[in-house]
Design a protein around this ligand. Sequence first.
Ligand SMILES: Cc1ncc(COP(=O)(O)O)c(C=O)c1O
Length: 459
Amino acid sequence: MEGFSGLNDIGAVVEADRAHVWHHLSQHKQYETIDPRVIVEGKGMRVWDAKGREHLDAVSGGVWTVNVGYGRESIANAVRDQLIKMNYFAGAAGSIPGSVFAKRLIEKMPGLSRVYYSNSGSEANEKVYKMVRQISHRHHGGKKWKILYRERDYHGTTIAALASGGQKQRNAQYGPFPDGFVEVPHCLEYRAQWDVENYGMRAADAIEEVILHEGADTIGCLVLEPVTAGGGVIVPPAGYWERVQEICRKYDILLHIDEVVCGVGRTGVWFGYQHYGVKPDFVTMAKGVASGYAAISCTVTTEAVFDLFKDDASDPMSYFRDISTFGGCTAGPAAALENMRIIEDEGLLANTLAMGDRLVGNLSALMDKHKVIGEVRGKGLFCGAELVADRGTREPADEKKVQAVVADCMAQGVIIGATNRSVPGFNNTLCLSPALIATADDIDQITGAIDAALGRVFG
Ligand SMILES: Cc1ncc(COP(=O)(O)O)c(C=O)c1O
C-alpha cells in the first residue's frame, strides 16, 4: 500500500479529510470542533467508522444505494476481472458486460427495449429531457417541448435536473433555471389538497388541469417518481397511476418514470412502476443498479422512441448527439450483472416484501406509544414515518427534534435518515431503506432504536 500511508494512521486520514474534503450536503463549520465522519469498512448490513464504532445501516449507504449490502467479494471479483480484460472504451462502441446487462435488464422490463448508459441518476434523467427536446424539434415542429414534474419529487442535482425538481429548499439559491419545466401538485393524501373520497383520482386529475392550462400541444413528457423518496416517502394513493397513464395517452405525453431510488428491487419488485401495471416510455435508474460497487445509470426506453432517432440517416443532425464519457466504463455493467444475480439467487425480492411488511408493522405498532408518529408509509424496504407535533392538526414536528431522533439512533449505533432541506416546513419524515438482505433481527433492532429515540426526544 505504498503511497497510501495514511491507511495505517486513521488519525491522519481524518485530518486530511478535515483539511481537504468538501463533503456532500454538509455545513462544514461543525468540523472545526468535531471530527468529520469517515466510514472505513462495511460488511453485510453494518459499517464501521474511523473510531472503530459499529453501526447498523438502515439507509443503505446514506442514500438508499447499497441494496445487496457491503463487502460482496463476488461483485469485487467481477469488476476486477472485467477491468483487467477491458476497462473502458467510449460508448459509441459496445462492450461485453454492457450488452449482456442490457439484455438481462430488458428481460425484466416488458415493453421497453433500449438501454443508454451514463453514470448518475441526474445524468440519466437529463438524457430523457434532451431526447424529449430533440423529438420536439424533429417530430413536432418545436411543439411538445415542456416537461411536467411533480411537487415534492426530486430528479437530480444538475441545473436542468433541479429545474424538474419539486423540492423548493433543494432548488433555492441555484436559479435561474432553464425554461419549459412545469410543476403539477403532489399526491400525498396525508397532506391532502382536496377534500374528496377518491384522492388518487383527484390528484391525477390535477395533472390534467395543468396540461389544459399550459396547452397539451406544448407538453412532451411527464416525469414522476414511482414512490417519492426524499420528498417524504410518498406512496401514491389507489387509482393514481392508472389515471396518470390514461391522461398521458389521451394527450400524447411521454411518461418518464424515475426509478433512481426504487429501481432494481427496493420496493420488492424489480421496478416500482411494476406495482401499478403502468407502461412507461422512459425509465431511469442508478443507485441500486450496482449497489454502489461501481457508478452506473441507465436511461431505458421503447423501440418506438428509439426509432425516432434513426428515421433519417441522411440528416447529419437526426440522431441522439449525446455522450457520457464514463458511460463507457465497463465496471458499471459488470457490477450490475453480478448485483442482479445476487438478488435473484438469494431471493431478495421476496425478502424485501417480507421484511418491508415487518418494518411497516413494527413502526405502525409504535404509533400507539408515540403520538408523534402521524403516519407510516412504505413499499417494500422503503419506508417513512412522518412525525407531527399534533395528530389532530397534523402540524409537522420541529425539524430540530426530527434531527435529534436521527442523532439519538446514531448514538445507539443505528443509522437512519430524515427528509432534509427538501420541502420547506415539512422536513419531518424519518426515512428507512435498509439493504434488501435485512433480517427480522435487523428490522427489530432498527425499530427498537427508533422507539428509544422517540421516547427520549419527545417524551
Ligand atoms: C429519485 C431520484 N432521482 C435522481 C436522483 C439523482 O441521482 P444522482 O445523485 O445519482 O445524480 C436522486 C438522488 O437522490 C433521486 O433520489
